[in-house]
Design a binder for this molecule. Sequence first.
Ligand code: DX5
Ligand code: ZN
Length: 220
Amino acid sequence: MVKACPSILSADMVNLERDVRALAPVGADYIHVDVMDGMFVPNFAFGLSTVAALRPITDLTLDVHLMIDRPIRYVERFCDAGADILTIHVEADTAEHTHEALRRIRAKGVRAGLSIKPATPAEAVLPYLDEVSLILVMTVEPGFGGQSFMEDMMPKITAIRRWIQEKGLSCEVEVDGGINTATGKTCVEAGADVLVAGSAFFKAPDKAAFVKELHALGAE
Ligand code: DX5
Ligand code: ZN
């Protein structure tokens, strides 16, 4: 089944606890938490204290997406704060530091993820494929919710899915940016199995129905 992963970047910030507690009852699989440092991306969002505050109020998987420069400096602290999946960007540091950051995440018993921005070719993930549990393909420029889906990223999803299969790995392929039920279908057809949705989820009048539609995409 395709996993539905609401991004709380689009939640109501003054009612974050209410919005997070409402996710399990509507069938969400992961909670996507975007961390932005104002350097790697031109915006700020969430941080260590957010992850630590959310940990005791939900049993859902906390899927933390670090959009920060040189994440090696902070990965262990995000693991300790309560991340279940911790994703860093391949563009955010040297290859040596990226391998080491992924190793530190795994050493904490946390699932390691690696993300690529729209301008980064799929091949950039190849050296890390057997070190990660999840590859996150961005379908918008990271930094803001509510942007338009970039359909031209689909060949990257397909290539990464093929490499995972060829190598016999169990890595998930997650997509983030402009996902709704229509664009989600396109991603699943290309090979994705985890769909992040921020604005489309929080705008949906019937959130349980929205999640159900995403879940069903894999079965079509
Ligand atoms: C953007 C973030 C996304 C964002 C997606 O940089 O990584 O997780 O919340 O928002 P939508 O679904 O509105 O594009
Ligand atoms: Zn994200």
